[in-house]
Design a binder for this molecule. Sequence first.
Ligand code: GUN
Length: 291
Amino acid sequence: MATILDGRKVSKEIEKEIKAEVLSCDKNGYRPPHLVAVLVGEDGASKTYVTAKMKACEEVGFKSSMIRYDDTVTEEEILAEVDRLNDDDGVDGYIVQLPLPKHISVEKIIDRIDTAKDVDGFTPANFGKIDQEHHSLLPATPMGIIELLKRYDIETKGKHCVVVGKSHIVGMPMSILLAGPGDATVTLCHIHTKNLEEHTQIADIIVVAVGKPGLITGDMVKDGAVIIDVGTTRVPDSSKKSGFALKGDVDFATVEPKASYITPVPGGVGPMTIASLIMNTMIAYKKRMNF
Ligand code: GUN
């Protein structure tokens, strides 16, 4: 029986710690941190994520704002919004929720974000400092995973970590964080990897972020492995009020009995991403206020 890595519980602990800091700022007469989210279009998952991020802000006492555009918005309009947010002294951090409509270049938008306000940790300047001791803002999901491992005293030093998926948001920065500060031996697998199971079967820690429900099955993991599931695919489920269920990339039923620790979906990595966003906003705020 694996221990469940309870991201919901840990994120609540982190939010409590941040809330105490916000209260102390308030007592000393300072304004609260302010996080802005830019949401383009009507993608259901994106709306859910952004709503959860705004709710977390409210819970810790941050000011939060959501700026919405419909999916006919032009790239120039989003770039102009980014410029406005960069110049706004009352904004400590902001995110542009991805994915964006195809006619908008994600690269151009990210390149334009002020690195000091880049609480997603997506800009080249922040990304380039991931493995440095004095890093800036770390990418939120990998940062949340590292924090979750730390709070369960799971050592990465000298471990063989297999990361599956090489996205800019999760897999790529995750592999750098594990190999750099984490001192792990890392294998980065992806869509073109041959015989994926040959890699996963020898892993001490597996982080999977590809969006393919049930990709990792029990026969692909060794006894005692730590399993981190970043997948959140919506699959139709008539028993749910929403009409869908969230499915991870790990086949929980066959993997959990072999694992030592495992994240559930939902309630594992997702809440930790939000907690990291809150932590990054606090870091950006303190720098802006010269604390
Ligand atoms: N889309 C999926 N995950 C993320 C995230 O962490 N940040 C942003 N901005 N968009 C996302």
